[in-house]
Design a protein around this ligand. Structure first.
Ligand code: ATP
Ligand code: MG
Length: 460
């Protein structure tokens, strides 16, 4: 028996006493039937938006007209909120993106018939809890199948976002896509191409937030969606690497990304794991010993990732963080690194990025062979631990790793006659280099003397 929240029942009875039907719909019903906790209350009602507002206000609740164009209002009742949408029918999608107009439907059955997948087209009548399931959604969700409501080709042609939603749900829920539904995707790619990059990004974010993002990316590859939206990644297929690597660049990247998701790493780390090697196909060259080389691929990957993330309209903060991680992912530590090499590593990566760069390395190493580091990779494992240890010690010694940590600042240099501007910046960088080499030089007196020397060289 399905347990329905008492507040939800109360909201429903208010509608019923006013002669209106109301149902719980969408993801909430799907999740409830799978025994999961539900987070949003999406409701569908026979009441028109104006009637919803009147009914709710009369009962002491509040109403926010969040999506009036689509017939949706947000209802706030006893500190709980729910989205109430009038039964809808959508007929014309001339641009393949969103319906040209929303018209209201008379029945819940009609409303359910315009929904994307059978598992999302189940309604729970409130307050009694009677299931309305005209398309066999409950059976499909029990069998873990994603299937279009009606004809897949038609449903996808109406809205090019639906194929992406299908692969996203596959990763999120661990479901498989029914063959007819899956096979229809490759035929509607031109419709998918019309979807805005923001909406594509939102789906990619949900894929990355899932436990196993590769499920969706592999389905995207199989159907052509990967080439359409993330061509840089599909170009990594069949780029063989050898050496430590057992997989081509695409499989390696997907393994790294899955690792990042399994370890609950941040969104930027998941993106970095997915994209860290996308520069490899364009820099690959056959080396003398018959082994592929990917010289400075991290730089190429960074440039390509920045372009890709901009295209997907990611925020600058996400782009900068992800790209920095990608650019720095290729450090090769060996125990013979000098202390100053360790300090330079900290300075280059930045203290606040150190944890993430180690995590990215774990994901990267996992992607070599699709397993946790084991004895085969002992050298890397041990050497990373040793590097971390040396980095921690250097940080504890409170040494200077940025210009801000120097014993002098810009205005000190201006006071001794160095003009403000580009040269000043160059000299500060030089001073940091000096201090990274030898922390003992980080005193006011010494640095001012060195700065004086530089400026004399530059100006005389
Ligand atoms: P979640 O919120 O967990 O991602 P959801 O199924 O609730 O999953 P929403 O995007 O919140 O997804 O949409 C709510 C419901 O609206 C869906 O379950 C589906 O019935 C319907 N729906 C959403 N987007 C579409 C679409 N593009 N085409 C057809 N129906 C859709
Ligand atoms: Mg939802």
């Amino acid at each position: 028996m399905i347990k329905i929240d008492p507040i939800l029942k109360e909201i429903a009875s208010i509608f019923n006493t006013n002669g209106k039907e109301i149902y719980l719909v969408g993801g909430a019903v799907r999740d409830m039937l799978m025994g999961k906790k539900i987070h949003d209350w999406d409701l569908a009602s026979s009441a028109l938006p104006g009637e919803v507002a009147a009914i709710v206000r009369k009962a002491g609740g509040k109403v926010i007209p969040t999506g009036i164009k689509h017939g949706t209002v947000t209802v706030i009742y006893k500190k709980h909120s729910a989205e109430v949408t009038t039964f809808r029918t959508e007929s014309d999608y001339t641009d393949g993106r969103r319906p040209d107009s929303v018209s209201y439907a008379a029945t819940i059955q009609e409303d359910l018939s315009r929904r994307d997948f059978t598992m999302n087209a189940i309604a729970l009548g409130l307050p009694a809890g009677k299931i309305v399931d005209p398309f066999g959604g409950e059976a499909d969700s029990k069998a873990k199948i994603i299937r279009c409501v009606g004809n897949a080709n038609e449903r996808f042609s109406e809205d090019g976002l639906r194929p992406l939603r299908a692969v996203r749900f596959a990763a999120q829920l661990g479901f498989t896509i029914d063959n007819n539904t899956l096979n229809a995707i490759s035929g509607v790619l031109p419709v998918c191409a019309k979807v805005s990059w923001e909406r594509v990004r939102d789906e990619i974010n949900k894929i990355l937030a899932s436990n196993q993002p590769s499920i969706a990316f592999r389905l995207m590859e199989q159907t052509g969606l990967l080439e359409l939206f993330l061509g840089e990644l599909s170009a990594c297929r069949n780029i063989e690497q050898k050496g430590f690597h057992e997989f081509d660049v695409l499989d390696h990247s997907l393994l790294a990304c899955d690792y990042a998701a399994a370890k609950n790493y941040s969104h930027e780390l998941r993106l970095a794991a997915l994209l860290h090697d996308i520069g490899k196909p364009s820099v690959r060259e056959m080396g003398k010993e018959g082994v592929w080389t990917f010289y400075r691929h991290e730089e190429k990957s960074e440039i390509m990732a920045r372009k890709l993330l901009r295209r997907l309209r990611y925020s600058n903060a996400i782009i900068e963080k992800t790209c920095h991680l990608i650019k720095e992912h290729m450090f090769i530590y060996t125990p013979d690194w000098s202390n100053s090499a360790v300090r330079r590593f900290i300075a280059r990566v930045g203290e606040s990025y150190l944890d993430d760069i180690y995590k990215l390395r774990h994901a990267d190493v996992f992607g070599f062979a699709g397993k946790e580091q084991n004895h085969n990779y002992k050298t890397q494992n041990c050497s990373l631990l040793q590097l971390i240890d040396r980095v921690d010690k250097a940080i504890l010694q409170d040494q200077a790793f940025t210009i801000k940590d120097l014993a002098v600042n810009g205005s000190d240099l201006i006071k001794i006659g160095i003009p403000a501007g580009k040269t000043l910046g160059i000299i500060l960088k030089e001073l940091l280099e000096t201090v990274l080499d030898d922390p003992k030089q980080n005193t006011r007196e010494t640095l001012l003397k060195i700065a004086q020397g530089y400026s004399e060289k530059l100006y005389h």
